[in-house]
Design a protein. Structure first.
Length: 568
C-alpha cells in the first residue's frame, strides 16, 4: 500500500511541475491563473527574453506587459489586471470573453449571419472575428458586390459583435486582364472560366476557375483577383508556368479492391494552345486499367472544343465474370458554363475488342460503336469538391452498335447516374449533410440466348457494393442469370462538425432492382439500410459502413466496407 501511495504521489509531480511553469514561465512574468492555450516558445521569448540573442536577453517589464496584453487578447482574455513589482509582471488574466450576440448593419442583401454555427458562447478572439469577416465578405461577393468594405466591431464588455457593411456598387463581370504566360497564347485559358462576361459578379466562380486550371496542371500557379477601378470591375489574371510534365502516384485502400493504386503521367502543355496528353494506370484486386488520352485544341482561336482520341485497356475480375477489353475512340469534346452549372460532353466512334474468360458468353467479341458521355455539374458541387456538402452532378452515357457495322452483335447501352447533396439549413459549418444518389442502366439487344451470344459479360447490368447497394458485395447481384436493366436509389444523412476529431456518423438506406428485359425493372427490390462513419484524416477521407442487404440467398446478409480516399 505504501508503494502504491508513493507511485501515486510521484505521478502528480510532473503535472504540478508543468502547472508551475505555466504560472511562472520565467522570473519576470508570473500568472495568477493559467491560460489556455499555454504560451508558445516564440511568445515566451518576447516575454522572458532569449539568452542566445544579445538584444533580447532581458525584457523590460513594460515591454513584457505590452506583449502579454496582445497574447491574452488573442486567447480571448480581454480584461486582464497587471501589476509590476520587483521587476516582475504579475497578471490576473480574468475570465474569457464569450460572444453573446452577432448582428449586422448597412448590408443591402442578407448576410445569413444566423446560419453561422458555433457563434454564441464562443470565445471572442481575433481569429473568431476574422471568421465572421470572411463569411460576410463571401456572402456579399457571391451576390454581386466585388469590393465590399467591412468593419467587425466587437465589444468585450458585453460580448456583442456588429458587422458594419459598406457594400459598394453591384457589378457584372466585364474585363479580364491577362499577364503574359510563356508558352500559352493570350485568351486560351478562357475555356476554363466558370463565369460569363456580363453576368453578376460571383467570387466562387473565380475560385472554381482557378481550381480548374490548377487541377489540369496547366500552370504551377494561377490566380484571379478582382479590383474596382474608376467604378469598373477588373479581373486580373496572374500565373506562372512550371515544368509541363508531371508524374503522380496515389494510393488508397478499400475492402473491395484491397490496395488501390493510381499512377499518371501528364504533359499539360503541348503547344501554345494548352493541349495535353495523359497516361493513367489504375490497379486494384478487381480491376486494372491502362488509359491514354489526348486533348488537342486544334482551333487557332480560343475555344472550348477539342479533338479527344483515347486508347484504353481494361481487365475486370469480378465475382460473376472476368473480361479483358481493348478500346479505342476518336471523340470530339466541348464544354459550357451557365449561370449555375457546367456541362462537359464528348462523343465519337469507338472500336472495342472484348474477351470474356468467365461468365455468360465466353469468347471474343468486337464492336464498332458510337459512344457519347455528358457530365452536368452545378457550380456549388464543383466548389465544394474537396469537402462535399451541396450541389448536384449528373452523368449520361451511351454506346450504340449494329451487327451490320463491324460488330459481333447489335447492342445499345444507356446509363444515367446522378448525385445531389444538401446542406440542411445552409449552416456554416454544416450540421446535417443529406445526400441522394440514383442511377439507371439498360442494355438493348435482340439476342435471347445470352450464354451463347456475342454480347460480352461486362455489357450486362450488375448491382452491389459501395457504388450503389452497400448491403451487398461489389457487383454481387444478380445471384443467378443475366440482367439487362438495373436501377438504384441511395439516401444518406451525415452529422457534421459535432463530434470531436472531425468524426462524422452517418445513416443510409439503399434500394435497387434488376430486370431480364430492357427498359424495365422486376421484383425483388433489394434493400440496404446501414450506418457508417466518415473521417477527414490528414491522409485522405476514411469511410466505413455496415449495411444489411436483403433479400439475399439466405434471406439477409451483413456487409462491412472500409475505404481510404473515397467519397459518397
Amino acid at each position: 500500500m505504501r508503494l502504491f501511495h508513493c507511485i501515486f504521489i510521484m505521478s502528480l509531480v510532473p503535472a504540478a511541475f508543468a502547472e508551475t511553469i505555466e504560472l511562472q514561465p520565467c522570473a519576470s512574468v508570473q500568472l495568477l491563473q493559467p491560460v489556455q492555450p499555454a504560451f508558445t516558445k516564440s511568445e515566451l521569448k518576447l516575454l522572458c527574453g532569449d539568452r542566445n540573442t544579445a538584444a533580447w536577453k532581458s525584457i523590460p517589464p513594460e515591454q513584457a506587459r505590452y506583449f502579454l496584453k496582445i497574447f491574452l487578447e488573442e486567447r480571448g482574455y480581454h480584461h486582464p489586471v497587471f501589476s509590476i513589482s520587483d521587476k516582475t509582471v504579475h497578471i490576473k488574466p480574468g475570465a474569457l470573453t464569450r460572444v453573446q450576440q452577432l448582428s449586422e448593419t448597412g448590408s443591402p442583401v442578407p448576410l445569413g449571419l444566423e446560419r453561422l454555427r458555433k457563434v454564441k458562447g464562443e470565445v471572442m478572439t481575433p481569429a473568431f472575428l476574422d471568421r465572421i469577416e470572411r463569411w460576410a465578405t463571401r456572402q456579399l461577393q457571391n451576390q454581386g458586390y466585388p469590393c465590399p468594405k467591412l468593419k467587425v466591431l466587437a465589444d468585450p464588455s458585453t460580448g456583442i459583435i456588429e458587422v458594419s457593411v459598406n457594400a459598394g456598387e453591384k457589378k457584372n463581370f466585364s474585363v479580364v486582364q491577362e499577364n503574359g504566360i510563356p508558352g500559352i497564347k493570350a485568351g486560351f485559358l478562357r475555356r476554363y472560366d466558370a463565369f460569363r462576361l456580363g453576368e453578376p459578379f460571383e467570387k466562387d466562380l473565380l475560385i472554381i476557375t482557378e481550381n480548374r486550371v490548377i487541377s489540369e496542371n496547366l500552370l504551377s500557379g494561377f490566380h484571379l483577383s478582382e479590383s474596382c477601378e474608376d467604378e469598373a470591375l477588373v479581373i486580373r489574371q496572374e500565373g506562372f508556368a512550371g515544368p509541363p510534365r508531371l508524374l503522380r502516384l496515389g494510393f488508397g485502400i478499400n475492402t473491395e479492391g484491397i490496395l488501390v493504386n493510381r499512377t499518371s503521367w501528364r504533359n499539360a502543355r503541348l503547344g501554345t494552345r494548352g493541349s495535353s496528353a495523359e497516361m493513367t494506370l489504375y490497379a486494384s484486386a478487381r480491376e486494372q486499367r491502362l488509359e491514354s488520352v489526348l486533348n488537342w485544341y486544334h482551333l487557332p482561336h480560343p475555344s472550348r472544343r477539342s479533338v479527344r482520341p483515347q486508347l484504353q485497356w481494361t481487365h475486370q475480375n469480378e465475382r460473376l465474370f472476368e473480361t479483358m477489353e481493348l478500346r479505342a475512340q476518336a471523340a470530339y469534346a466541348t464544354s459550357w458554363d451557365g449561370a449555375h452549372f457546367s456541362l462537359v460532353a464528348f462523343a465519337g466512334p469507338a472500336l472495342s475488342e472484348v474477351r470474356t474468360f468467365r461468365g455468360p458468353s465466353v469468347g471474343n467479341s468486337h464492336f464498332l460503336a458510337l459512344d457519347g458521355t455528358g457530365i452536368l455539374k452545378s457550380h456549388d458541387f464543383e466548389y465544394f469538391a474537396s469537402d462535399p456538402r451541396s450541389g448536384f452532378s449528373l452523368q449520361y452515357g451511351m454506346s450504340l452498335s449494329d451487327q451490320s457495322l463491324l460488330s459481333s452483335a447489335s447492342v445499345q447501352r444507356y446509363s444515367v447516374r446522378g448525385e445531389y447533396l444538401l446542406n440542411a439549413g445552409a449552416y456554416e459549418p454544416p450540421l446535417w449533410i443529406v445526400g441522394f444518389r440514383a442511377g439507371f442502366g439498360t442494355t438493348v439487344t435482340e439476342d435471347q440466348d445470352f450464354q451463347h451470344s456475342a454480347i460480352p459479360a461486362n455489357y450486362f447490368q450488375y448491382l452491389g457494393g459501395s457504388a450503389n447497394l452497400r448491403g451487398f458485395g461489389r457487383q454481387e447481384l444478380p445471384f443467378a442469370g443475366t440482367r439487362l436493366s438495373s436501377a438504384f436509389f441511395d439516401f444518406e444523412a451525415r452529422l457534421s462538425h459535432v463530434l470531436p476529431f472531425a468524426l462524422e456518423p452517418l445513416v443510409f438506406f439503399d434500394l435497387g432492382a434488376l430486370s431480364a428485359s430492357s427498359w424495365s425493372l422486376d421484383a425483388p427490390v433489394y434493400r440496404s439500410p446501414g450506418v457508417g462513419l466518415r473521417w477527414a484524416s490528414p491522409v485522405g477521407i476514411v469511410r466505413t459502413t455496415l449495411a444489411y442487404g436483403s433479400p439475399a440467398d439466405d434471406s439477409g446478409q451483413w456487409q462491412f466496407y472500409f475505404s481510404l480516399g473515397e467519397e459518397f
